[in-house]
Design a protein around this ligand. Sequence first.
Ligand SMILES: [Zn+2]
Length: 222
Amino acid sequence: MGARRASEDNGRRIGRRALIVGGAVAATGTAVLARDELARLWWRVPGVEKPREQGAVDFAGASWVAASEANWRRADRPDDYGIDMVIVHVTQGSFDSAVRAFQDPGHQAASHYIVGQDGRVAQMIRELDVAYHAGNRDYNERSVGIEHEGFVDRPQDLTDEMYEASARLTARICARYDIPVDRQHIIGHVEVPGTDHTDPGPHWDWDRYLKLVRRARTTLRT
Ligand SMILES: [Zn+2]
């Protein structure tokens, strides 16, 4: 699950926007052009969003359960932030307790998806949006977060059904954003810089998972 508080993530929003607009101003040279450019970008960057349909999911096998709006930030990915990473988590609790946590505005963290031990998939945040799951602003902005039901010290929690459903989901995400299926782009929460989380833990079988993702990814091409 996510570690850092959502407020930290929110506090630096304006900074990035100023950076984008500021860079364009520097490139244009004259004040008039700068003003035009500023107006155009100001319209384009924060204002235009892709359509959002109530209850729509990004993964056909998922059911939609909305997370609290306190646990994610509205965005327009991959246009405002590119997506080049999938981050794997283990919940340290049941499927239902993870759903409840992500619906709780006080939790200040949530992932895009939760995969259950029976293979069911809930989507709680759109891939368009930035979920607070990695405890690292940059990694949150560039990744899709997937929680898996279970505890890091219980290998029996990592079921075949869970691996397979999660691999299909990750394969679809990799296909959608052209993300390479490798360990540089599919990582564990434990590998996020600055995190104090250990999930998905020592029992998560990366070789097996990547093999399943690659197999599912191949099927998607044909
Ligand atoms: Zn985690």
